[in-house]
Design a protein. Structure first.
Lengths: 339, 300
């Protein structure tokens, strides 16, 4: 990945000609990653480990989709978590109230998310930086308040209780822990692969240009508003997928899924892992969940520990972990060329 | 929804007075927090995400000082002075390192301190709800205005906040220090070239902002319960205030805070479950129609 980016940094042309082999390589990596993850239950019976990977899938989809906005387009959304919550709630409600097969509920939830994201995005994306951040935050809190106050429909502050029915389909039984695990991994890998394709497509490079210089992109005939809205909706879809994985995992949906702290965590994950590489948010997700799990085990004051770790990244490294590693490697390579 | 209750209240003068005063004190407390936020943003161009922690510390400092000395005035002083010192240290040691950096970096540093401060309070004062209690001087008969009940303490609270607003507004527009601060907000490089220590101004403005939030916390301590994390809802609401009023505008913060206070107090009658939602809805409406807020200037 870094090779591709380093090679394409000078001119745009090599990137376009290198796009097709890059795609095959991405698919190959995705297949290998899926094979490794899917074979994990063969080696270990540890339920805790599988649970960890499922949570990583949910948060990883969410955080990587946020990176499409923050890292690739320069849209700092503070309310991206609303789509995580929206995914969890729509999926849960459709399954509970309508009793349709899981794939139908999945597609229906994506459709609902797309419509709501298009409406919210149409209002938000024309606003500038800090105002964009705040209006997305306001929409997130509006959705959160709606969930809390519409108790007869959403269960209010108790959340969606009573479990989400998980009927089998095509021989896949998501009530079975290993089936759920493999389905989560598949969704994660497919989602990451799709987002990678978006990021490396001409559209993805348009987004980078908008991030670096929106005025220039506009002069070149790009409809900036439309491109931003498109990526806003696309990112919402993947966040919603993450929410659905979460809803399946906990067999319910809770107002916390739509609370602003989810967005805060998403941003934190991005900063932790790094926003300049595609897999940075994934690394950040694993780091944050590991950190949360270990710290809560050792001390009740995990805020202090987490805060100090954040300070270390923000004031010490001044960038995400994967950014730091990538930079270190490229510096070493440059030093090697010098000799 | 309970629109009958709202209509019933609007037709009774007693209820109007009670709801309006309760809206005013919510608004005034919010104003004190929000004006610090907007001041820090206006001069330092930093969104102080940890501002709610200063409100929380102000309340806890005041409670401890009140328990030790029994003096209400000293409690207020402790709340304000303690948070001012904290603000100065926080700005000089940590925030000043991320001025040039990404907005996200600044937010992360603040986010880290939100987590740390909440735990510090939990360690020092314990996780349970605390209450300072109403000082004896204010345990007198409430005033009756047009049939509505108004505790005298509320009048003090509103008065202090109004004085703060006037002093701040006049100080910024009339005094020499005010001029320097406004100049530093406009062009820090030039101010520094004129031989003025901008680091000192930044630290001072941050301390002032922290002090105002601390004062709000100290004033709120007798009428609110104290808990770690109490700064959080206040922070979110004062964000809404600054965004509605316009970032960097003191008048905007005052108007925005009062509007929000009234929305809260009347909204809790008409829409008891959707009061918070009303505030966000109001913010969305303002921002969609005027993205820079009611009194905000176009970004340069």
């Amino acid at each position: 990945m870094t090779e591709l980016e380093a090679g394409g940094a000078g001119t745009l042309a090599p990137v376009r000609s290198g796009a097709a082999p890059g795609r095959y390589r991405d698919i190959l990596i995705a297949l290998i990653a899926f094979a490794v993850l899917a074979s994990l239950p063969l080696f270990t019976g540890s339920k805790a480990l599988l649970d960890f990977v499922i949570r990583c899938s949910a948060y990883g989809l969410f955080a990587t989709s946020l990176n499409l906005l923050v890292g690739y387009t320069g849209l700092t959304s503070f309310g991206h978590g609303m789509f995580f919550g929206l995914g969890a709630y729509s999926f849960g409600l459709i399954m509970q109230k309508l009793g349709v097969p899981i794939p139908v509920a999945f597609v229906a939830t994506l459709a609902i998310t797309a419509v709501i994201a298009a409406v919210i995005g149409a209002i938000c994306v024309r606003l500038k930086e800090i105002y964009f951040a705040f209006v997305t935050l306001a929409f997130q809190m509006l959705i959160h308040s709606t969930i809390l106050s519409w108790a007869s429909f959403t269960g209010g502050d108790q959340g969606l209780r009573g479990g989400i029915p998980r009927p089998s389909f095509l021989g896949i039984n998501l009530a079975n822990h290993v089936h759920l695990y493999i389905a989560s991994c598949a969704l994660l890998i497919l989602g990451l692969l799709a987002m990678r394709q978006i990021a490396q497509s001409p559209f993805g490079f348009t987004l980078r240009m908008i991030r670096d210089n929106a005025a220039r992109a506009s002069f070149l005939g790009i409809d900036v508003w439309r491109a931003k809205l498109t990526v806003f909706v696309l990112a919402a879809l993947f966040a919603s997928m993450g929410g659905m994985v979460m809803a399946l995992f906990v067999s319910g949906a809770y107002p916390e899924f739509a609370y602003w702290t989810i967005s805060g965590e998403g941003i934190f994950i991005n900063m932790l892992g790094g926003v300049s590489t595609f897999l940075g948010p994934m690394v950040g997700t694993v780091l944050l969940l590991l950190l949360n799990d270990t710290v809560t085990r050792f001390t009740e004051y995990h805020g202090i520990v987490l805060g100090i770790v954040i300070l270390f990244f923000a004031l010490g490294l001044r960038k995400g972990l994967l950014d730091f590693v990538a930079e270190w490697f490229s510096q070493r390579r440059d030093a090697g060329k010098g000799h | 929804m309970d629109l009958d209750a709202l209509a019933g209240c609007l037709s009774s003068s007693a209820c109007l007075v009670t709801q309006t005063t309760s809206g005013l004190i919510i608004g005034m407390l919010l104003f004190l927090v929000a004006v610090g936020l907007t001041l820090i943003f206006g001069v330092l161009k930093v969104v102080n995400f940890s501002h709610g922690a200063f409100y929380m510390f102000g309340a806890y400092f005041a409670m401890t000082a009140y328990q030790l000395t029994g003096s209400f005035a000293l409690a207020m002083l402790a709340g304000a002075a303690g948070t001012a010192a904290l603000g100065l240290i926080f700005e000089r040691v940590f925030m000043s390192r991320v001025y040039g950096a990404d907005v996200l970096m600044q937010l992360l540093v603040c986010y880290a301190f939100v987590l740390i401060f909440d735990d510090v309070v939990r360690i020092i004062w314990g996780p349970e709800f605390k209450s300072m209690g109403m000082p004896a001087a204010f345990q007198v008969m409430p005033l009756f205005i047009a049939g509505g009940v108004v505790p005298p303490y509320y009048l003090l609270l509103i008065g202090v906040a109004l004085v703060a607003a006037v002093v701040l507004g006049a100080g910024l527009s009339r005094t020499r220090i005010g001029k320097v601060i406004r100049a530093a907000a406009h062009n820090p490089g030039m101010v520094s070239a004129l031989g003025i220590n901008t680091g000192l101004i930044y630290g001072g403005v941050f301390a002032l902002g922290g002090m105002l939030a601390g004062l709000a916390g100290a004033l709120a301590a007798p009428v609110r319960s104290l808990t770690p994390g109490m700064g959080f809802s206040v922070l979110i609401e004062s964000f809404i205030v600054t965004v509605i009023g316009g970032m960097g505008s003191i008048l905007g913060a005052l108007i925005g805070a009062l509007l929000l206070g009234l929305i809260r107090s009347y909204g809790s009658l008409g829409f008891p479950l959707f009061t918070e939602g009303l505030m966000y809805l109001f913010m969305v409406i303002v921002l969609v129609s005027k993205p820079t807020g009611l009194f905000g200037k176009e970004a340069a």
